[in-house]
Design a protein around this ligand. Structure first.
Ligand code: FDP
Length: 335
């Protein structure tokens, strides 16, 4: 049995120049995840279900557990001199960690509790994180210092609070899975160097929005649903309402998850820095792709911490099919 800590330290030993700081941050992320996992397991017994009565920066209702998970991350990193800035879905502005103002070398983006509509119905939830090296253009904080494309992420991962708690991470050297043993509070390696099938049989999308999509996007859906035994269609639909859970299924079984842009809302719903970019890093390290449908997610130069982008992510051939259909405006290339 290899624990997450042992795995991180083994990675550190392969880089003689490493200071151990990166490993320390990963260990703190895992600690926050264990605390959130513990809180979720008890949620129905404590007074932490339901809404706080506030709305977040995205204009969405804040659930008590969203707030609690966010506080957990902030409290953990307030003890650390390494992460100078945290950027969360639940906080409008990047948050400076006082203790790390001089010494911090990293910025951490996170969505503390993904899939909020699942909280009250005991369905899967997730946490997503992305770690970048901080650049310092001056001694003062500048938002530009935390805005880098996904291609330069140092590490990214997610935690899925499902029938078990699973942590996936990559630091550019494969995608690895760890499962929490709750009896001793440690994550253990359960799969290493994971590979996503090149093509799948599942699509995952909120199909209730079909009428809001462009015609080429609608035709992609029509294609996945049409019957053609030779190419394994129709695909099956799976959609939990939790991005982490749906992407996890896609990573393991193949296929694709989509949150497309809409004609009236071309940027879609999901956030680049703490949803689409980290998930793309994990999926690319497993041999898949993440795209807006027109552009690779990893190449996007962000312009704001809470920017939204459309997302098509999963098996290489499935994502390329959607990209080609959207770019050409039709499926004439299939003939
Ligand atoms: P939620 O708003 O419930 O937090 O991150 C946003 C997200 O969930 C994803 O987890 C999920 O895939 C998607 O939004 C669900 O949105 P719809 O309800 O519009 O399908």
């Amino acid at each position: 049995m290899i624990s997450l800590t042992q795995h991180i330290l083994a990675g550190q030993r392969r880089h003689p120049e490493a200071t151990g700081d990166f490993s320390a941050v990963m260990t703190q992320i895992a600690f926050a995840a264990k605390k959130i996992s513990r809180d979720l397991r008890q949620a129905g017994l404590l007074d932490i279900l339901g809404s706080t009565g506030e709305t977040n920066v995205q204009g969405e209702e804040v659930q008590k557990l969203d707030q609690q998970a966010n506080d957990t991350f902030v409290q953990v990193f307030e003890q650390s001199p390494l992460v100078r800035t945290v950027v969360s879905e639940e906080m409008e502005e990047p948050y400076l960690i006082a203790r790390a103002v001089e010494t911090g070398k990293y910025v951490l983006f996170f969505d503390p509790l993904d899939g909020s509509s699942n909280i009250d119905v005991n369905a899967p939830l997730g946490t997503i994180f992305s770690m970048h090296r901080l650049t310092r253009s001056s001694d003062k904080f500048s938002v530009e210092d935390v805005l880098h494309p996904g291609s330069v992420q140092l590490a990214a991962g997610y935690v899925l609070y499902g029938s078990s708690t699973v942590l996936m991470y990559t630091c550019g050297n494969g995608t690895h899975q760890f499962t929490l043993d709750p009896t001793i509070g440690e994550f253990f390696l359960s799969a290493t160097d994971m590979q996503i099938p090149q093509r799948g049989k599942i699509y995952s999308v909120n199909e209730g929005n079909y009428e809001k999509w462009s015609q080429p996007m609608q035709s992609c859906l029509d294609y996945f649903q049409s019957v053609d035994a030779a190419s394994g269609r129709p695909y099956s639909l799976r959609y939990t309402g939790c991005l982490v859970a749906d992407v996890h299924r896609v990573l393991l079984k193949g296929g694709l998850y989509m949150y497309p842009g809409e004609v009236e809302k071309p940027d879609g719903k999901l956030r680049l820095m703490y949803e689409s970019a980290p998930l793309t890093f994990l999926i690319e390290q497993a041999g898949g792709l993440g795209s807006t449908g027109f552009e690779r997610i990893s190449s996007i130069q962000p312009t704001s911490p809470h920017q939204r982008v459309p997302l098509v992510i999963g098996s290489r051939e499935d994502v390329e099919f959607v990209e080609q259909t959207l770019k050409e405006g039709s499926m004439a290339f299939l003939k």
